[in-house]
Design a binder for this molecule. Structure first.
Ligand code: UDP
Length: 330
């Protein structure tokens, strides 16, 4: 495989680069380093099958140039994190809409198979027990920028899906449910690295709202190989597939687990949503995936338990363990 990974210096993108290199593929990461960082790719520096191209997915000519020389594209570049979406609504929309359009159109023009990263956010406020891929979207007002990520990603799926059907190229859409792991930064939202940073610094852990909202956190080490398998699996073509973990936890419980696993003496403080994200913010009460489709298509079975995921993040932040994918270590 000669693969392009857009957003390759980001959290999931950099682990995907490690995995692809570990499998013997050639990889170019395309990243504008807006939220990603070169340090996420340190372990690949100087590797003969790896290259980092610094640039934006909004640069149509550059995207076309990079994709032209490759047979596979993983589109991971996006404006991510609730703080990014709320604080920079227009920039986020541009990246998430036009960036995806540029990447998918270039892939189709050059006959490259492509996978786009979507999100459980597209289900919005639907809090069904075990969301299947055909579950309805329940979004708030289109004028609330909070929902712009979900709206843009929904359109991205359509762009990928329509082009996939017309071109007959391998096309996969993965919907990630709160994927976490080493290298993820808490700067833009993302609750697990935020809580771990706070606990390690002995600072109070900031639980937004009551802490009764529930999530299922999935490991980056479970979903990265699954992405590659989905793109290589003909029955998965042109379908959206949920990927995530199966252990549900409330955010209040998550704070307690982080305190226990770090040995922190810090307290928990409850921060009202409007203080955290601004007036009128609406949170998802519950978001839990049904991953039966991924299990049926590629035998997906998450291996990482939440405590082990949290421990791997603590280890990374304390620099006790090298921040690299297991595929590279073997
Ligand atoms: N959250 C929190 N404290 C923080 C950051 C986030 O309590 O410092 C909450 C947030 O309101 C949400 C959950 O943790 O209910 C997960 O937030 P994240 O941004 O990681 O992902 P989301 O599920 O909102 O996309």
């Amino acid at each position: 495989m000669k693969a392009v990974v857009t957003g390759g210096a980001g959290f999931i993108g950099s682990h995907l680069c490690d995995h692809l290199i570990g499998q013997g593929h050639e990889v170019v990461a395309l990243d504008d380093l807006s939220t990603g960082s070169e340090s996420n790719l340190e372990q690949l520096g100087g590797h003969p099958r790896f290259e980092l191209v610094k640039g934006s997915v909004l640069d149509k000519a550059l995207v076309d140039d990079v994709v032209a020389a490759h047979d596979t594209v993983f589109h991971m570049a996006a404006a991510v994190g609730v703080h990014t979406i709320v604080d920079k609504p227009l920039e986020s929309l541009r990246t998430n809409l036009h960036g995806t359009e540029n990447v998918v159109e270039a892939a189709v023009r050059h006959g490259a198979g492509y996978l786009i990263a979507s999100t459980s956010e597209i289900y919005g406020k639907n809090d069904t027990d075990g969301l299947t891929e055909d579950a309805d979207r329940i979004l708030g007002s289109p004028l609330k920028s909070r929902w712009s990520y979900a709206a843009a990603k929904g359109l991205d799926e359509l762009v990928a899906y329509i082009h996939g059907g017309d071109s007959g190229l391998p096309c996969a859409i993965t919907r990630f449910f709160n994927i976490v792991g080493p290298r993820q930064t808490g700067r833009y939202g993302m609750v697990v690295p935020r809580f771990v940073d706070q606990a390690l610094a002995g600072e109070p852990i900031t639980v937004y709202g009551e802490g009764t909202q529930r999530r299922c956190f999935g490991s980056v080490f479970d979903v990265v190989p699954a992405m590659v398998r989905l793109l290589e699996c003909p029955p998965a073509r042109n379908r959206a597939v949920n990927l995530g973990g199966l252990e549900e936890v409330s955010i209040g419980e998550l704070a307690q687990r982080v305190i226990e696993l770090t040995g922190s003496t810090g307290d928990v403080v409850h921060v009202p949503y409007e203080e955290a994200y601004g007036e009128g913010y609406e949170d998802m009460r519950r978001r839990m995936p049904d991953t039966t489709l991924a299990a049926d298509l590629i035998g997906y079975e998450p291996q990482w338990r939440l405590d082990d995921i949290i421990a791997s993040i603590i280890g990374d932040k304390r620099a006790d363990t090298p921040p690299q994918h297991p595929a590279l270590a073997s």
